[in-house]
Design a protein around this ligand. Structure first.
Ligand code: 5AD
Ligand code: SF4
Length: 484
């Protein structure tokens, strides 16, 4: 039995910001890096696991891989983290409040670990890539048995074996630039829509953002592997794929290939899977070809998420974004000319250090000009080791919070106005299941990524199907309608 008070760390590999910043080695495509140690074959028989996921779709997709790995070891998923034999927290580092939630959860697991010392508690994901976080876990949370990072989830069986047989906290976080590991097991959460990674990492180093350090350099999967995954999903009956990457427009820049993201998107469209989405695009390398491919393929959904972050050029420059507001607006103008009904959403940061009140007002101005369908808005959060953490603030936190509220009022206003345009129209809805609030109401997404709720009066078997719904009412963040 492990004595929590005496527990020490065994470092196989520590996180290192110095290594995480490097961008020199070319990524390798590893086809057979995943293996199961002899002792772990069937090690999970009769045992359970739960993975709690924080943060973005990349983490959700990683959780599906880890779930697939654990199931191949014989473990069974259960819905309760606290009852599981293996409890893993797949963490997010993007803002401080995401991290606080994880630390709260770890603390909450401590008494359970005392009651059931054989329970394995693992922490992985972006927080595990942070030097400070690993130090904090090791000094304050001996209940954690295993810490591993975003680059080596394929090694989970080996790490689990070490954690099961060691009295120490196993730390194995790679900060090297990372490779692309193919052929990993996966247990997908949905049978209707699926995430497909097209690239990993980010080379942009926006000054506020921790992702380039936690997710490593940009490395792309090859077109053949991506397209084959989509074909398989289609054959399994999936209706929608979302192509994932921090910067999908940069896809293949690191490969020995002339292909661009527009070529990939076109190839994925040719698989004739019913719906294709992608995230995240940024306002650079957003080419005319890309706009053409989006508008010329009916199965590429008319919704673009295009983070602006700020409506002021000085702030954008200090954020190390690569575009001006004018360039951003030019992309929006071209997209709307090509596809007038396209929905556009964005990410915006309020209170970037040094942002003045007048500069914040430029963000409001941008919002009013684009009239976004929706937006994710955040107060700037200081991130360990990023350049912006050393920039000075010129407004108080109270002012930032008030500004966020003002911006959120605009988000609500334009979301409602955009939704109202759909009243009386008939839209295709991919039905996902009963709505969260009412079992008798079904819910799904329209092509423009709007949540559509409608009563299933005729009790039709339509979950997982694309059906026609006539919109009767517009809410702020959803539409109501009726089956036709
Ligand atoms: N503080 C606040 N928001 C951030 N984002 C990224 N880093 C930070 C930070 N330090 C936001 C950006 C990005 C989204 C995923 O999260 O808007 O587009
Ligand atoms: Fe972060 Fe900028 Fe990379 Fe997006 S493009 S992940 S905001 S560094």
């Amino acid at each position: 039995m492990k004595n929590l008070n005496e527990k020490v760390a065994h470092f196989f590999n520590k996180p290192s910001y110095k290594d995480a910043t490097k961008r020199t080695e070319k990524a390798k495509i590893l086809e057979d890096a995943y293996e199961i140690p002899v002792n772990m074959v069937n090690a999970g028989k009769g045992k359970t696991f739960h993975i709690r996921t924080y943060g973005c779709q990349s983490n959700e997709r990683d959780t599906e891989t880890m779930g697939g790995i654990l199931e191949t070891l014989g473990y069974t998923w259960i819905p309760e983290l606290e009852k599981a034999d293996v409890a893993i927290l797949n963490t997010c580092a993007i803002r401080e409040n995401a991290e606080n939630k994880v630390f709260g959860q770890i603390g909450w697991l401590k008494p359970l670990k005392k009651e059931r010392p054989d329970m394995i508690i693992g922490v992985c994901g972006c927080m595990a890539q942070e030097e400070g976080v690993v130090q904090r876990i090791l000094s304050k949370h001996p209940e954690v048995d295993l810490i591993f990072g975003t680059h080596n989830i394929h090694m989970l069986p080996t790490y689990l074996e070490s954690a099961m047989f060691s009295k120490k906290t196993i730390v194995n976080v790679w900060s090297k630039e990372g490779d692309v590991v193919e052929n990993l097991p996966v247990t997908r959460k949905s049978k209707i829509k699926a995430y497909v990674n097209i690239m990993f990492g980010c080379d942009h180093f926006c000054t506020y953002c921790i992702v380039p350090y936690t997710r490593g350099k940009e490395r792309s999967r090859v077109m053949k592997d991506i397209v084959n995954e989509v074909i398989e999903l289609k054959e399994e009956g999936y209706k929608e794929v979302t192509l994932l990457g921090q910067n999908v427009n940069s896809w293949a820049k690191d490969l020995d290939s002339d292909d661009k993201f527009s070529d990939l998107l076109d190839a994925v469209a040719k698989t004739e899977i019913e719906r294709i989405r992608f995230t995240t695009s940024n306002p650079w390398n957003f080419t005319d070809e890309l706009i053409n491919v989006i508008t010329n393929n009916k199965n590429i959904m008319p919704h673009i998420h295009l983070p602006a972050q700020s409506g002021n050029n000085t702030v954008l420059r200090r954020m190390a974004r690569r575009n001006t507001v004018e360039e951003y607006l030019e992309i929006i103008r071209k997209i709307r000319i090509a596809s007038p009904n396209i929905a556009i959403s964005t990410d915006l940061i309020v209170g970037f250090p040094g942002e003045t009140q007048a500069q914040f007002e430029d963000t409001l101005k941008l919002y009013k000009e684009v009239k976004y369908d929706t937006a994710y808005t955040f107060i700037y959060s200081k991130r360990e080791n990023t350049p912006a953490m050393r920039f000075k603030d010129v407004v108080t936190l109270a002012e930032k919070s008030a500004n966020l509220q003002t911006l959120n009022e605009l988000v609500k206003k334009y979301s409602k106005e955009n939704n109202e345009k759909w009243i009386g129209k008939t839209v295709d809805v991919l039905v996902e299941g009963p709505s969260k609030r009412n079992e008798n109401i079904l819910s799904g997404y329209s092509p423009q990524w709007k949540v559509v709720n409608f009563p299933n009066n005729e009790n039709k078997d339509i979950i997982g199907k694309i059906i026609k719904v006539k919109i009767t009412e517009a809410k702020r963040f959803s539409l109501n309608g009726e089956l036709i």
